[in-house]
Design a protein around this ligand. Structure first.
Ligand code: WT7
Length: 646
């Protein structure tokens, strides 16, 4: 036996196919359990299950400071519009920054950043507070008030979390749009949120090239006249037009007297909105998920502490983009609330060489690394010589999120990055859940590809079409049966859609949109989305949004897109296009359509291929049957096609 801290255990009966996968156990060593914050999953799970409201109340006292306490922990009188910590006064920024300034953490590093070209910047809690407070004062001077929405569209630079925290500090609601999105996607999100202020940068460095964010923002704003001011960070030095009276440089504003570093943190109600974040759903335009100050901070701090076992002197690296919920919860808010040091990297994992990530783990002594299966698969293909050249001994725990991790990638990550010492936390959650929901803890026995069991206080289940729980091993709809503090509160501006999408198929339980199985050990295995959501490299895209980008091209009469398995990306987008009469199919046109989707929505949404068809399979009521397209493309049986139009 190797002296591994996590011991591969082959005592399960080897069988073939899926079953053998379900019996591959990895047990944490005594050493791992010894160090872990929670050493006994079963005991705490029982307590939390018996009184989940009490469990969360304890965590709220343990990890968070409040200006005034709550009168009710969970108010479910108006469900599914649940409220948490009702009556409490708080601000997440108080917990993420202000309170640390009075402790030994004042001079501790809050954020370490490395640019793609190798430059470094770091901020102590004190320094971060100054930047955040100054920008909060600038926002106020620009007329931003409590409840106003601010769109943030940037590359991965420190000004992005600074802008988020500045909004939260004054009670404004940030709406971060991923920097990989393009014109139409950005326009839709500015328009829907009615943001009068946009914060962006001249450009972003990625893979040695410059992405022209300001130019894209200008085009989006031209279509969204609501915007009054654009604050621009100079990152790349790219020549960009600045519109008189509308556009202002970040560095100029921050050097004016209005950028006062003495800026009070607004005391808010626990249920006041903190941010909105757009994500794709079943139909139509993307919707904005709304999260609040009070419950959210309790949820993210608890999960980060219990699952990733974050210690005061840890260096934590969540390698996601701050533009997605993972970044919101686990680059920005979670680690800062716990007073940890969060590392952020600007660029591509393979720039200039495929050991860039491993070099940074070594350089900064990263203790816990949290990333996505697609990144692992991407780095895996360059072979283990790259990580082997680096000292990864600082790593203690690893994490995975965004899509199911295939056991091969799991084993590679475990062996070559974690050196068989570091348990992998495969965390299942969603933009909507705000925090980890189905996840191991370091003390839990692992099976590659399973997120194990629901987090403390939560109950999950798997239902059939009629809402009956299925038997273990059978596939069905994954549902969550109890409210949790970081849960979404609504869809911005569309409460009916919130009820309809999440709480209507099976009354009383939350519909995740995923299909899953539970095995005989109670472990959950996520299969994938059951709606029209495609996960490309872990990024969630709606078929409707990609289709509408295609149809906005003059050649396209109708379009349908589906996701098909892809070795690196998990899923890739495949488009089926019906041309208008005066257009002829050609490889050039297919390429033009791919580029068109790229410039309207963003490079991640570019279809892998575009096929021209004479007809799309539809129901008699005119709904495109993507399921049929998918089956045909994979040469699988078409299933029930009784509703298919003649
Ligand atoms: C969807 C949510 C939550 C952070 C990033 C994604 C899929 C997420 C896992 C996992 C299998 C996963 C689900 C989910 N997903 N984590 N560990 N194993 N699938 O947030 O963009 O809102 O996507 O991602 O399908 O519904 P998101």
């Amino acid at each position: 036996m190797p002296t591994a801290d996590v011991v591969p255990d082959s005592s399960g009966t080897p069988a073939s196919g899926v079953e053998s996968q379900h019996d591959e156990w990895y047990k944490p060593s005594a050493g791992v359990i010894e160090r872990a914050y929670i050493k006994d999953w079963e005991a705490l799970a029982r307590t939390a299950d018996a009184d989940f409201v009490g469990f969360w109340e304890e965590r709220a006292k343990e990890l968070i400071d409040w200006h005034e306490p709550w009168t009710t922990v969970l108010d479910d009188t108006d469900k599914p519009f649940f409220k948490w910590f009702v009556g409490a006064k708080t601000n997440i920024v108080y917990n993420a920054i202000d309170r640390h300034l009075k402790t030994h953490r004042r001079n501790k590093l809050a954020l370490i950043w490395e640019g793609e070209s190798g430059e470094q910047r770091s901020f102590s809690y004190h320094a971060l507070n100054r930047e955040v407070s100054k920008f909060a004062s600038v926002l106020k001077a620009l007329g931003v008030k409590k409840g106003d929405r601010v769109t943030i569209y940037m590359g991965r630079i420190p000004e992005l979390p600074i802008a988020m925290l500045a909004c939260a500090k004054i009670g404004a609601v940030h709406s971060v749009v991923y920097g990989g999105f393009s014109t139409e996607a950005l326009h839709d999100r500015i328009e829907d949120s009615q943001s009068r202020i946009v914060v962006t940068c001249d450009g972003a460095f990625l893979n040695g090239k410059v992405v022209e964010l300001k130019r894209i923002a200008d085009e989006a704003i031209r279509r969204a006249p609501i915007v009054e001011h654009v604050v621009v960070v100079k990152r790349t030095g790219l020549e960009v037009p600045m519109e008189e009276g509308r556009d202002m440089w970040w560095h100029e504003l921050m050097s004016l007297p209005i950028a006062d570093w003495r800026c009070a943190t607004e005391i808010l109600d626990a249920e006041d909105p903190l941010y909105m974040l757009y994500t794709s759903g079943t139909t139509g335009k993307p919707k904005a998920i709304v999260h609040t100050h009070g419950g959210y901070q309790v949820g993210v701090a608890t999960t980060l502490k219990y699952v990733f076992d974050l210690k005061d002197d840890d260096r934590w690296w969540c390698a996601a983009d701050p533009g997605w919920v993972t970044g919101h919860s686990y680059i920005v808010y979670g680690p800062l609330i716990l007073g940890a040091t969060s590392f952020m990297y600007e660029g591509a994992p393979t720039y200039p060489y495929p050991d860039r990530w491993w070099a940074m783990v070594e350089r900064y002594g990263i203790n816990v690394l949290y990333t996505a299966p697609t990144a692992i698969r991407g780095l895996m293909r360059f072979g283990e010589a790259w990580p082997n050249r680096r000292d990864l001994s600082s790593l203690r725990l690893l994490g995975s999120v965004g899509e199911p991790i295939n056991p091969e990638a799991w084993r590679w990550y475990f062996k070559n990055i974690g050196k068989e010492r570091c348990p992998i936390m495969d965390t299942w959650w969603q933009t909507e859940t705000g925090m980890l929901m189905i996840t191991p803890l370091p003390c839990v026995n692992l099976k590659p590809g399973s997120g194990t069991r629901p987090f403390f206080g939560q109950q999950a289940d798997i239902y059939d079409e009629q809402g009956h729980p299925v038997k273990d091993g059978e596939e069905g709809f994954l549902v969550l049966k109890r409210p949790w503090p970081a849960m979404l509160r609504t869809i911005y501006g569309d409460p009916d859609r919130y009820v309809e999408q999440y709480w209507s198929k099976f009354p009383g339980v939350y519909l995740t949109g995923d299909s899953a199985k539970r095995d005989k050990d109670g472990y959950y295995w996520i299969i994938g989305r059951v709606d029209d959501v495609i996960k490309v490299s872990g990024y969630r895209l709606g078929t409707a949004e990609v289709e509408s980008a295609l149809v906005s091209h003059p050649a396209v009469a109708e379009a349908a897109v589906i996701g098909l398995p892809h070795e690196l990306k998990g899923q890739a987008i495949h488009a089926f296009v019906l041309l208008r009469h005066d257009y002829t199919a050609s490889p050039e046109l297919a390429e033009e359509l791919r580029q068109h989707v790229g410039s309207e929505m963003g490079p991640i949404a570019k279809p892998e291929d575009v096929k021209f068809v004479d007809q799309l399979p539809k129901t008699r009521s005119g709904k495109i049957m993507r399921r049929v397209l998918k089956a045909r493309a994979q040469g699988l049986p078409e299933g029930d096609i009784s509703t298919l139009e003649e």
